[in-house]
Every structure is written in structure tokens, then in C-alpha cells.
Design a protein around this ligand. Structure first.
Ligand code: PGA
Length: 285
């Protein structure tokens, strides 16, 4: 596990975007070799998406040979509803980049058979060769995607009833009216994310500090589903200073002492490198 501690949310956004660009460039995708990304919604990844759009406009990254799979979607919310995750991804990312819309996969929360929809999503991930890099945010209760506390740590894509805490947290997007907030969602499972070759989790803000502590300083526990990634061979966690508030001073010092190594993960790409340092480090675990 690597924990990269950065000054603030902007630094996290930039570091994350540079890391994603670096991983895609190192992979060298092409028509017979697509890079597969798992993607989150929420406020945390917004800055990273903005930076990736900027990099795309600068011409330093293309998504032409990238396939994406989103973590989750509400059940029963029309696809074109402004708060659907389809709308979120289209407005905040996909419409600004050169991805082929057919390669951007999002669960359909209006499918006539939701169980089949979840099975098809898992199958589509398999057919794409599995996910290379799964990016996620977490809730203050440590949930990853909609894997609420108590979710099985080997769960797969499925229908989930949302915890009351999540419904209340999401009310801000629905005129603060609890009756308008969807109560069910389709979500990838913890096991689905665990199968990715690499997991990158973004955690920012003091309100996530206790969850970060549970994620990395305490044991694997299904009440804090993000803690499952302690068992992942290639888990990278990016956080800001505010999110470290509940960590031990020695934990913070230890990981900050490694920052010179971590920063090489996003160093500028040198053309002609066979296996970049970034690639070697990202497989170290
Ligand atoms: P946030 O949501 O990024 O808006 O904090 C994350 C989540 O609840 O998974």
C-alpha cells in the first residue's frame, strides 16, 4: 500500500490526473490493446477530471483507446436527470474528451431486469480484459462505490439499498428533499474493484479523516469497506492534509518520508523508456 499525502484538494486532483495520464501512456494503448479504467462520480474526483480534460486539450493524453466502467448508478432515476451518474460523467468528463461513447460503460438503473444488468456489466468487464486501474472515492462511513457498511468484501455488481446516512448525504443534490433521493442503486462490488490490477482511492477533507484512519491503520473490516484494499497487491491512496487528522503522527511522517519516491510515479514521461520507473514502482505494492 502507498499513501501519498498532499497539501490540499487541488494538489490531489493534479497528482491523480498526472498519475492516470502516466499509467495510460506507459500502457501504450492501441486498437488491439485498450486501457480499461474504473471511474467514480462524486465531488472528490471532479478536480481530477478537470485536469485530465486540460491535459487532453494540451494534447498530452488521448482516450481514443480507453474503455471506462463506472462504479455505480441510481435505480429508477431517468438517464437524463441532472443528478444521474450518466449525466454527471457526460457533463464533467466524457463530452470534453475523445472517448468513443460505446466504450464508456455505465450501469443502467432503469433496465427491466436489474439482476441481469449487473451480470452483463461484470461480463463486459471480463470481455474488456479486466480493469487496469480502478479509481474511487469514499464516503465518510468508509463506503466504496455503494458498498455500504456491512457489505460483503467479496461482493460483485448488484442491486443495493442505500444506507440512511447516504440518502441524507445525497439529499443536497435533490433540493434537500429526502423523498426525491433514490433509495436504491446498482453498484460494483468490493470484489469487482479488488479484481482490478490496481486501485487508486482519493480521500480529501477532515470529514473523511476517521474513514482514512479506519482504511489504513485498523484491520480489514466489512463495516469500513474501503479497508478491504489492504488485501490488494497494488493499492495507492491519495489524500490531503485535512484527511490525515485522525492518523498517528508516525504514520504521517513515515509516508511523507517516502514522498520523493512517490513523486517519481508522476514524473514526466521520457520517450523511449522500455519499462518506466513509474510502471516498476506501481507494481511494487
Ligand atoms: P464525495 O462522495 O466524493 O462527493 O465525497 C464520495 C462517496 O460518497 O462515495
Amino acid at each position: 500500500m502507498r499513501l501519498v499525502i498532499l497539501d490540499d484538494v487541488n494538489a490531489v486532483a493534479e497528482w491523480a490526473a498526472k498519475y492516470v495520464r502516466r499509467r495510460i501512456l506507459d500502457f501504450a494503448p492501441g486498437p488491439d490493446k485498450y486501457f480499461t479504467l474504473g471511474l467514480p462520480t462524486g465531488s472528490t474526483p471532479l478536480g481530477m477530471y478537470r485536469k485530465l480534460i486540460e491535459f487532453h486539450r494540451q494534447g498530452t493524453i488521448s482516450f481514443k483507446y480507453v474503455k471506462t466502467f463506472n462504479m455505480d448508478e441510481y435505480v429508477g432515476l431517468p438517464r437524463d436527470h441532472p443528478e444521474s451518474y450518466h449525466s454527471f460523467m457526460f457533463n464533467n468528463f466524457f463530452k470534453h474528451i475523445d472517448i468513443n461513447p460505446q466504450n464508456a460503460h455505465i450501469l443502467n438503473g432503469n433496465a427491466p431486469n436489474l439482476i441481469e444488468e449487473c451480470e452483463h456489466f461484470e461480463m463486459a468487464i471480463k470481455e474488456a480484459g479486466g480493469i487496469e486501474l480502478f479509481i474511487g472515492g469514499i464516503g465518510p462511513d468508509g463506503h466504496i462505490a455503494f458498498n455500504e457498511p456491512g457489505s460483503s468484501l467479496v461482493s460483485r455488481t448488484r442491486v443495493k439499498t442505500l444506507a440512511q446516512e447516504t440518502i441524507i448525504a445525497n439529499a443536497r443534490f435533490f433540493d434537500n428533499d429526502l423523498k426525491k433521493v433514490p433509495t436504491m442503486a446498482l453498484t460494483v462490488g468490493v470484489g469487482t474493484v479488488m479484481d482490478a490490477r490496481e486501485v487508486l482511492i482519493l480521500i480529501t477533507g477532515a470529514h473523511k479523516a476517521f474513514a482514512l484512519y479506519k482504511a489504513i491503520e485498523e484491520g480489514v473490516n466489512h463495516m469500513w469497506t474501503v479497508s478491504a484494499f489492504q488485501m490488494h497487491p497494488c493499492f495507492l491512496c491519495l489524500c490531503d492534509e485535512d484527511a490525515t487528522m485522525e492518523l498517528r503522527v508516525k504514520t504521517v511522517k513515515y509516508f511523507k518520508g517516502l514522498s520523493h519516491v512517490h513523486n517519481q510515479l508522476v514524473a514526466d514521461h521520457r520517450p523511449g523508456e522500455e519499462l518506466s520507473l513509474s510502471k516498476q514502482l506501481s507494481t511494487e505494492g
